[in-house]
Write a protein that binds this ligand. Structure first.
Ligand SMILES: [Zn+2]
Length: 259
């Protein structure tokens, strides 16, 4: 749909790239325009009226004007700054991971309102003290589902037989579970436990509140994390940058707890 010369939208800041002395190219995710990029002129000057309303991890109300190449942000007003995410390194890293996933999985100007809602509600959930890593798994699965990559978790990808408890495998290239009989012919597979299948089904069927109340053992959390990481890496054909930082932080936090 052609955009009018001047238009309003709310948006979440996904990424910022400095341009010249004081300008910044900002990647936003919006409810009705999907991902857009626009230029914020002079935003890095101390007295800029835009400053602060366009920081990473901010939900803002924007007024934009069509430009020759990129549109231009002419006004911005913060709606939500997700403050608790900024005061805790672990939460900041989780939130940046979500932003990176949305940026990497979406094309510009393809509307996907469920993805916008998912990002907004998950960022709010991460602000809550009791949020845990399953919130990230919920986000990954729901995001993939909204983008057409929901994994098959009920029947074998190959022979379509309903999955039985036991030694099943997950195929990242096929996007789902393979029964032991069919596993021999497949590449890019890894074992998946019955509990991991159950948790993934639960995360896809339930809302975020239910998901964040779920408790899993450290081993199961690790299995789910590795499995989703491999699936995401396969789909994107690259590693998500912030994953390495999350790993290092997790290592540091674990060693602190052990002291
Ligand atoms: Zn099979």
């Amino acid at each position: 749909m052609a955009r009018p010369r001047v238009y309003k939208t709310e948006a979440i800041v996904l990424k910022r790239t400095n341009l010249g002395e004081a300008d910044t190219i900002i990647t936003f995710y919006t409810p009705n325009l999907g991902k857009i990029r626009a230029i914020a002129k002079g935003v890095r000057r101390p007295k800029s009226k835009l400053g602060g309303h366009l920081d990473l991890l901010t939900q803002s109300s924007l007024l934009l004007a069509q430009g020759q190449n990129l549109d231009i942000v002419t006004q911005s007003q913060t709606i939500e700054s997700f403050l608790p995410l900024r005061s805790d390194l672990w939460r900041t890293s989780c939130a940046i991971y979500l932003l990176e996933l949305v940026d990497q999985f979406t094309a510009e100007q393809v509307e996907n309102y469920p993805v916008y809602r998912l990002l907004q509600t998950t960022l709010l959930r991460l602000c809550e003290a009791q949020s845990n890593e399953l919130v990230l798994r919920y986000f990954e699965l729901q995001l993939l589902s909204h983008l057409g990559y929901q994994p098959e978790l009920y029947q074998c990808l190959n022979c379509r037989a309903p999955l039985a408890p036991g030694r099943n495998l997950f195929s990242v290239s096929g996007g789902g579970v393979i029964c032991p009989n069919c596993a021999k012919k497949e590449q890019f597979i890894r074992p998946i436990s019955v509990d991991a299948i159950k948790v993934m089904r639960f995360l896809l069927k339930n809302d975020l509140s239910s998901a964040s109340r779920l408790k899993t053992s450290p081993d199961l959390s690790h299995e789910l994390e590795q499995l989703m990481r491999e699936y995401v890496r396969y789909l994107l054909e690259r590693e998500v940058k912030s994953v390495g930082f999350l790993d290092r932080l997790r290592g540091e936090l674990t060693s602190q707890n052990e002291c």
